[in-house]
Design a protein around this ligand. Sequence first.
Ligand SMILES: [Mg+2]
Ligand SMILES: [Zn+2]
Length: 183
Amino acid sequence: MSTQAAVFLDRDGVINNDTGYVSQWSEFVFLPGAIEAMQRLSRAGYALIVVTNQSGIARGYYSEQDFATLTQHMRHELSRQGASIAGVYYCPHHIDGVSAEYRKSCSCRKPAPGLLLRAIDDHNIDAKRSAFVGDKASDMAAGASAGIARRFHVTTGSPEPGSVRVSSLLQAADLLLGVNQNS
Ligand SMILES: [Mg+2]
Ligand SMILES: [Zn+2]
């Protein structure tokens, strides 16, 4: 039975400042309001699940261990602040990868829905009661393919069809939780 509602979160550009291939905790900077948004969503009963493309692994910029170490720091900091992450799913692949292990066209790199489908299965998520917050067209496409009902596009441009434009994760949380915002 699927009863758990979730908010799926892209990482770079949604949770933290996307400075390009962020791989060290020392260069990981939470975006303004991101922690507060996760606190509120968590308190409202949503499972928080991170889904992130990490082609830097395939490209040889950093290792899966580097990613795991950074993830551990991120999760520890968030749980310390009352915003525990239920799961982190990542795609280490890329078609231009430098090692054979990661060089492939996979079903988990967004816009493919593989990571989301795995998370939905692992955590018994009800996609119809869930949301996805991402900053790229590929995020919105993955969310749509996985049947995630509400999709929030963090962008200053036009939102992808079927998604709602927001300026930040905090604004997405406000909309999701029905908080009124003036201006
Ligand atoms: Mg992103
Ligand atoms: Zn993949």
